[in-house]
Design a protein around this ligand. Sequence first.
Ligand code: BEZ
Ligand code: FE
Length: 298
Amino acid sequence: MDMQKVESNKYAYFEENTSAEIVNARMGSEASPRLREVMSSLVIHLHQAIKEVEPTHEEWKQAIQFLTDVGHICTDWRQEFILLSDILGVSTLVDSINNRRPTGATENTILGPFYVPNAPRYANGANICLDGKGEPLVVSGRVLNTAGEPIPGATIDVWQTNDDGFYDVQQKGVQPDWNLRGVFTADADGKYWYRSAKPHFYPIPDDGPVGKLLGVLGRHPNRAAHIHYIVTAPGYAPIVTHVFTPDCPYLDEDAVFGVKHSLIADFQKMEDENRAESLEFSCPFWSLNWDFVLASQG
Ligand code: BEZ
Ligand code: FE
């Protein structure tokens, strides 16, 4: 045996104590600096977790089976790995890291799987609640920059569930197409307004392995009631966000950790019969005043 060769590479053979370093030393020069950084970190943290937990063979087999089940349920329209990332708080963390903004600017949160581009464009004041369900809601506000100046022409793309807790795309043929979706444009003073229905909490898809995981962790699958928005204007960083109702029973325990304190809004219950009549609403109805604050691009 060539003992010189055996002793020349301290990372050649497996040792428990230095397992991560041994694996990382195997990367070749083909690995880009970024891939090297990502994989090294992943291997170090994965090995550290395994050393902390010390899984049995049976437990590790269960973990592999779980990931296999997550893969098997994925289709073109069902992405269970994203759902897994969501319920572990990783989707919101990645979104936050990539959307750090100056103080005063509206915070981002996750996009979610139910955004549909090219929703109908409406004039301010339109009612996007096409199924007539739920408690009527009027939303108004301004789109501003961080200096407090209006941004005329800003685009406000909105989508939400209906009162039964489903997006239109989850109930094709049941809800009218484009129910509770629309694109509005801020006027010369940066103002926008539209009519809708108060959002309702709803469960994320929980009929797969991620739902099962939530169950054994003693967690529920519900998302706190929210309205989704994408707000854009030339020269400004786009905002992808939600606005949350303050009275939702799941506000403090959103299944995907999408709630940020600054995104909880003051929905006011209104008893004003005259205003209800002018909005073609029944009474009582809800009113939300919400300004979006955009940070300059870059
Ligand atoms: C949503 O808000 O639409 C959503 C986000 C994450 C998972 C499922 C739904
Ligand atoms: Fe949603």
